[in-house]
Write a protein that binds this ligand. Structure first.
Ligand SMILES: *[C@@H]1O[C@H](CO)[C@@H](O)[C@H](O)[C@H]1NC(C)=O
Ligand SMILES: *[C@@H]1O[C@H](CO)[C@@H](O)[C@H](O)[C@H]1NC(C)=O
Length: 828
C-alpha cells in the first residue's frame, strides 16, 4: 500500500466528463472561499484509522485551529469514509472503501471531500483518489454450465460460453480464459463491443459418445492483477447419441453341428450382438437376413430379443447337409443400423435311411446253359445317408446260383455262378439284401425274378427202351398197332416231339411199307394185315425227335410179334392124287386081317401150335364097321377081317381138323378097292415114297446128313452146356438149362432149347438154335411110341403150305430155313 500526494491531473475518462463538468462548476463557485485544493491517493480497502494525509499541514492550519475552528470533513457521498483526527489534524479512513462500489468500472475513482473550518468559515476541497487493488476475482455467472452436443457435430463448430465478470479495472480486470485440457475442445476468446471478452468453445475433434459420453471441462477466467486472480466455471458437455454404431456380433461366424434327427424346438445356437449406441440406438432386434431362403425360414427360428436360433422344422441331412444362415441384428435408432453374422449349421447324418436297391436293367431271361458270369441284370445300391451310414453292402442268399460282380461306384452286375437247370427250377427269385454300415445298420431286400429259358439239353425219352407188341395176324390194315410215347423234359419247341420210323428192311421190304407212325402222338398203324405164316416177328426202330435246334433224338425198338390165328385149313398131302375133297383110289387085298394098314392120310397145317394140331376122323363110310382112322396119325386100318359080303368098293370120307379156335377142317374121300390076291400094297406106297424122283432121294440124303450133323452139333453143345452148368451149379447152386435166361438171346448159337413134349401120343424134341429174331433154326424130332420102323419124312417148311415149293425153297436156302424133321414110324 502506498500513499502519495499528487496534483490533480487532467486525466479524465470520456464517460465521466459530465460528472467532471459538474465538479468544475462547483469548484468555480466555491473558488472564492476555497483557498486551494489538496489531493490524496489511497488504495481501496484500507483499514479504519489509516492515515490518508495530514490535513492541517497540507492546509497550512495550526493544530489549535483545527480544534478551535471545528475542522470537519464533509463527504459528498452518503457514507463518511473519512474522518479527521482533531488531535493530529490527520485525515484517516473511517470506513471500508470499495472502489468498485464507489466508482464501478470507471477507470479513475476520486472521492471529493469538503473540509470545513468555521469562524470564519473556510472551505477546502480535498480529493482522495481511490486506487484499485486486485481484490476481485473474475466470476462466472454460473458455476455449472451444461451443454448438449450431438456426437456427429462437425469439427470447428463454436459454442459461446458465458463471460466471467471481474469488477476490477485496469490490469486487475479480466484478462484471459483458460480451459482444462480436452482433446475435443479448444477455447477461443472473442472480443465483443466494449472490449468484453467472450469465451467460445470450439470443437476440435469429432465427439464419440461411445468413447466418452460426458466431457467435463473447467473454464478458468484470469485477471491481470498481481497476484492474479481467477474464477472457474464447470462445463459439462453431454454428448448426444447419434446412431452411429452398427450392432456387432460377437463372432462373424457361428459354427454349429446338429444331428438331423434333432427335435423341433431344439436350440441351435445363441447369437449375440452388441450396439454401443445408447437407448433405442442400442436396442437390438434379431431377424433373419433379408435374402434368407424360404427353406431356412421354414426350418429355423430366431428369437428377436435373445438372438437364439432354434429349430422349428425337420432337418434332413440328405436334403440339405448344411445351412448358411444370415442373421441380422438391427437397432431401433433412426436410421436403423444393422449388423450381420453367419450361422453355419452343419447337419450331422443319422442313419435314418435304409439302403435301396435299384434294378437299373430289367432282368433278362437266362438260358440254362449260360456260362458262369453271364450278366442277368444290372443293379445299383444307394443309401441317402453318408459316410458309414451310406456304405452299402449287398448280399445274396446262401447257395445262390448267382453272384454280384461289382463295377464302378456301387453298381453291380448280377451274374450267373453255378449250374442252372430249367428242368429243375424254371424261375428263380433272387433275393438281394442291402445293409448299410450304420449303427444300428439298416437293411432292405429286393427280389429279382429271373426266368431261366430252356435249352434243348434233354433228348426225348421213350417210356421203354423196347416195346413188345403182340399182334394177331390177319388184322385190319390201318388199325392202330401200338402207341409209343416219349417225353422230353425241355420246354416248348424243345419238348415238341415228332415220331418217325427208321427205315429198315423186313424181308427185303422197307419197314415203312408195313407200318406208319403218327408223327404227333406216336401211334403206330399197320398198313398190312400180317400173315403169321409169312412173318412171325419184326422190329421197328422208332425215333423220337424234338424240335429244338439242334434237335435231340432217341430211339426205341418195337418188337412186333405176330400171333398165329387159325387161318389155314389142314392140307392133305397124301394120298397125293387126292386133291381137296376129291377122290383117292386105294387098293387092299381082301384077305387082309384086322388092323391092316390100308393107307395113311397125311395132312399139314400151315398154322402153328394148336392151330396146326391135326386130328383125323372118319365121318362117312360105306361100311363104318370095317375101317377106322387113327385120330392122330391118319392111318386107315381095318377094324376086322374083310368078309366076302363086304362090298369091293368102299368109300371113306375122312375129316381132317385142326385144333384151332375155331377149328378149320378139310376132308378127303378115300375110295378103297378090295381086291383078291393082290400083292402088298405097302410096297406101292414105299415105292411111291422112295421112287418119286432121283432128286427126292438126294434131298433125303441131304436131310439125313443135315440132321445127323445138327444132332452131333446139338449133342456137343448140350454136353458143353452141361459141363458148364455143372461148374456153375457148384458156385451158384442151380442149373440153368436155358442159357437164354442169362445171355443175350440175340446172340446166335448160344441158345439151345431142348423141349420134351410129354402130352399126347407124340413125343417130340424141339431143338432151337440161333437168333430167335431172325428166322430160327428149328429142328424137331417126333417119335411115335410104337415105332416099328422109322424113317425121316420131311413134313413141312414153316412158311409155305405147298410141299413141292418147300422143297425147292429148302434146297435154295438150306442153312437159314426152319426145318421140322419128324421121325415117324409107319407100321405094317
Ligand atoms: C393219335 O392221333 C390219332 C389221330 O388223331 C388218333 O386216332 C389216335 O388215337 C392218337 N393216339 C393216341 C395214343 O392218342
Ligand atoms: C438208336 O439208339 C442207340 C442207342 O440208344 C444209338 O446207338 C443209335 O445210333 C440210335 N440210332 C439212330 C438211328 O439214331
Amino acid at each position: 500500500m502506498c500513499c502519495s500526494r499528487r496534483r490533480m491531473t487532467t486525466r479524465m475518462g470520456y464517460r465521466d466528463w459530465r460528472w467532471q463538468a459538474l465538479w468544475w462548476h462547483i469548484f468555480f463557485l466555491l473558488w472564492s472561499i476555497i483557498h486551494g485544493q489538496t489531493r490524496y491517493s489511497i488504495p481501496e480497502e484500507l483499514k479504519q484509522g489509516y492515515v490518508v494525509g495530514n490535513l492541517a499541514k497540507d492546509l497550512d492550519l495550526g493544530l489549535s485551529e483545527i480544534f478551535d475552528r471545528k475542522l470537519r470533513v464533509a463527504s459528498e457521498a452518503d457514507k463518511q469514509y473519512f474522518t479527521v483526527d482533531a488531535g493530529k489534524g490527520e485525515l484517516v479512513v473511517n470506513d471500508r472503501i470499495d472502489r468498485e462500489v464507489l466508482c464501478g468500472q470507471s477507470a479513475s475513482c476520486v472521492l471529493p471531500l469538503q473540509v470545513v473550518i468555521e469562524d470564519p468559515l473556510q472551505l477546502f476541497r480535498v480529493e482522495v483518489e481511490i486506487l484499485d487493488i486486485n481484490d476481485n476475482s473474475p466470476k462466472f455467472p454460473s458455476n455449472d454450465v451444461t451443454l448438449d452436443i450431438a456426437e456427429s457435430t462437425v469439427v470447428g463448430v463454436r459454442f459461446p460460453l458465458e463471460s466471467a465478470i471481474d469488477p476490477d479495472v485496469g490490469s486487475n480486470s479480466l484478462k484471459s480464459y483458460t480451459l482444462s485440457k480436452d482433446e475435443c475442445f479448444n477455447i477461443r476468446i472473442k472480443e465483443v463491443a466494449g472490449g468484453r471478452k467472450v469465451p467460445e468453445l470450439v470443437l476440435a475433434k469429432i465427439l464419440d459418445r461411445e468413447k466418452k459420453a460426458v466431457h467435463k471441462l473447467l473454464l478458468t477466467a484470469l485477471d491481470g492483477g498481481n497476484p492474479l486472480r481467477s474464477g472457474t466455471s464447470q462445463i459439462s458437455i453431454n454428448v448426444l447419441d447419434i446412431n452411429d454404431n452398427v450392432p456387432a456380433f460377437e463372432k462373424p461366424l457361428y459354427k454349429v453341428s446338429i444331428n438331423e434327427n434333432a427335435v423341433e424346438g431344439a436350440m441351435i445356437v445363441q447369437t449375440k450382438a452388441t450396439d454401443m449406441d445408447d437407448g433405442l440406438n442400442g436396442e437390438i432386434e434379431y431377424t433373419f437376413g433379408a435374402h434368407t431362403s424360404e427353406s431356412v425360414l421354414s426350418i429355423f427360428n430366431v428369437d428377436s430379443v435373445s438372438g437364439t436360433i432354434s429349430l422349428q422344422g425337420k432337418l434332413d441331412f440328405e436334403l440339405t447337409p448344411n445351412y448358411e444362415i444370415d442373421i441380422c441384428a438391427k437397432d431401433k435408432g433412426s436410421p436403423r443400423m444393422e449388423g450381420h453374422c453367419t450361422v453355419h449349421v452343419e447337419v450331422l447324418d443319422v442313419n435314418d435311411n435304409a439302403p435301396e436297391i435299384i434294378v437299373t436293367s430289367h432282368p433278362k431271361p437266362v438260358p440254362e446253359n449260360a456260362p458262369d458270369g453271364t450278366v442277368v441284370a444290372l443293379i445299383s445300391a444307394r443309401d441317402l445317408d453318408s459316410g458309414d451310414n451310406g456304405k452299402v453292402t449287398l448280399q445274396l442268399q446262401k447257395k445262390s446260383r448267382f453272384s454280384l460282380r461289382p463295377s464302378f461306384n456301387q453298381n453291380y452286375a448280377l451274374v450267373t455262378s453255378g449250374i442252372l437247370d430249367r428242368e429243375s427250377v424254371s424261375e428263380l427269385n433272387i433275393e438281394i439284401t442291402a445293409t448299410d454300415s450304420g449303427s444300428p445298420p439298416l437293411s432292405s431286400q429286393t427280389i429279382i425274378p429271373v426266368i431261366i429259358t430252356d435249352v434243348n439239353d434233354n433228348p426225348p425219352v421213350f417210356t421203354q427202351s423196347s416195346y413188345n407188341v403182340y399182334l394177331k395176324e390177319n388184322g385190319v390194315p390201318g388199325s392202330i398197332l401200338y402207341s409209343v410215347s416219349a417225353s422230353d423234359l425241355d420246354f416248348g419247341e424243345n419238348a415238341k416231339i415228332s415220331y418217325s420210323i427208321l427205315d429198315s428192311k423186313v424181308q427185303d421190304v422197307s419197314v415203312s411199307s408195313y407200318v406208319y407212325i403218327n408223327s404227333d402222338n406216336g401211334s403206330i398203324y399197320s398198313m398190312h394185315s400180317f400173315d403169321y405164316e409169312k412173318l412171325k416177328v419184326f422190329q421197328i426202330q422208332v425215333l423220337a425227335k424234338d424240335q429244338g435246334s439242334p434237335s435231340l433224338s432217341s430211339n426205341a425198338t418195337v418188337h412186333v410179334f405176330i400171333l398165329d390165328q387159325n387161318d389155314n385149313a389142314p392140307a392133305v398131302i397124301y394120298p397125293s392124287s387126292a386133291a381137296m375133297g376129291s377122290l383117292s383110289h386105294q387098293r387092299m387085298p381082301r384077305p387082309a386081317k384086322a388092323g391092316h394098314l390100308v393107307t395113311k392120310v397125311t395132312a399139314v397145317d400151315a398154322d402153328s401150335g394148336h392151330n396146326a394140331w391135326i386130328s383125323y376122323k372118319l365121318t362117312e363110310a360105306t361100311d363104318a364097321s370095317l375101317f377106322t382112322v387113327n385120330l392122330y396119325t391118319g392111318e386107315v386100318r381095318t377094324k376086322r377081317a374083310v368078309s366076302e359080303q363086304d362090298d369091293s368098293s368102299q368109300r371113306l370120307l375122312i375129316e381132317i381138323r385142326d385144333d384151332g379156335e375155331p377149328a378149320q377142317s378139310s376132308t378127303v374121300t378115300v375110295s378103297i378097292l378090295l381086291e383078291d390076291g393082290l400083292h402088298e400094297p405097302i410096297l406101292d406106297l414105299r415105292q411111291k415114297v422112295a421112287e418119286p424122283s432121283k432128286k427126292n432121294g438126294r434131298i433125303a440124303l441131304y436131310l439125313i446128313l443135315s440132321l445127323a450133323s445138327v444132332s452131333v452139333l446139338s449133342l456137343l453143345t448140350f454136353l458143353i452146356l452141361a459141363v458148364k452148368c455143372i461148374r456153375n451149379s457148384r458156385s451158384s447152386g442151380s442149373c440153368c438149362m436155358r442159357r437164354s435166361d442169362c445171355d443175350d438171346y440175340k446172340n446166335p448159337n448160344r441158345n439151345l432149347q431142348i423141349q420134351l413134349n410129354a402130352d399126347g401120343p407124340i413125343k417130340y424134341v424141339e431143338v432151337l438154335g440161333g437168333d430167335m429174331l431172325s428166322q430160327s433154326h428149328s429142328f424137331r424130332s417126333c417119335m411115335s411110341p410104337m415105332s416099328e420102323y422109322s424113317d425121316f419124312t420131311l413134313i413141312k417148311p414153316s412158311s409155305t403150305t405147298d410141299f413141292k415149293e418147300v422143297i425147292s425153297v429148302l434146297d435154295a436156302s438150306l442153312p437159314d430155313s426152319t426145318w421140322t424133321f419128324e421121325s415117324q414110324q409107319v407100321g405094317k
